[in-house]
Design a protein around this ligand. Structure first.
Ligand code: FES
Length: 99
C-alpha cells in the first residue's frame, strides 16, 4: 500500500521528509541526483536514522553510523548492511513510497 510523502514541489534539493511507513519510519531525500527512500532503521541495532543536510549523509545517532543518500550503502561505522531501499512513485505530482 503506497504511503504519500509530500508534493514533489515541496521537497527541494537536499531536503527530506520522515513519514510513518507501517510499523517503522521511512526517510525520503531529494539528493539532487533524484529522490531516494529508505526505511529509517539502522541496520546495526535499529536506531532511527536521520538526514543531515550539512554532511549530506544519513546518520545514525547511536554509534556514529553513516550511510550514503544515493544508495543507502554504509559509508562508515558499525552498520553491517545498507539501509533497506523503498520504492518511490510519483502520482499526480505527489511522492509516494512503497516496499
Ligand atoms: S544502531 Fe546505528 S550505528 Fe549502532
Amino acid at each position: 500500500m503506497p504511503v504519500s510523502v509530500a508534493p514533489v514541489s515541496e521537497l527541494g534539493i537536499n531536503d527530506s521528509r520522515k513519514v510513518s511507513f507501517g510499523r517503522y519510519p521511512a526517510l525520503v531525500i531529494n539528493t539532487g541526483e533524484g529522490l531516494r527512500a529508505y526505511k529509517a532503521i539502522c541496520t546495526h541495532f535499529a536506531c532511527i536514522v536521520y538526514w543531515n543536510p550539512d554532511s549530506e549523509m544519513i546518520e545514525c545517532p547511536c554509534h556514529a553510523g553513516f550511510f550514503s543518500p544515493l544508495d543507502g550503502s554504509v559509508i562508515s561505522g558499525p552498520p553491517p548492511e545498507p539501509l533497506h531501499v523503498l520504492t518511490i512513485e510519483i502520482i499526480d505530482d505527489v511522492i509516494f513510497i512503497k516496499s
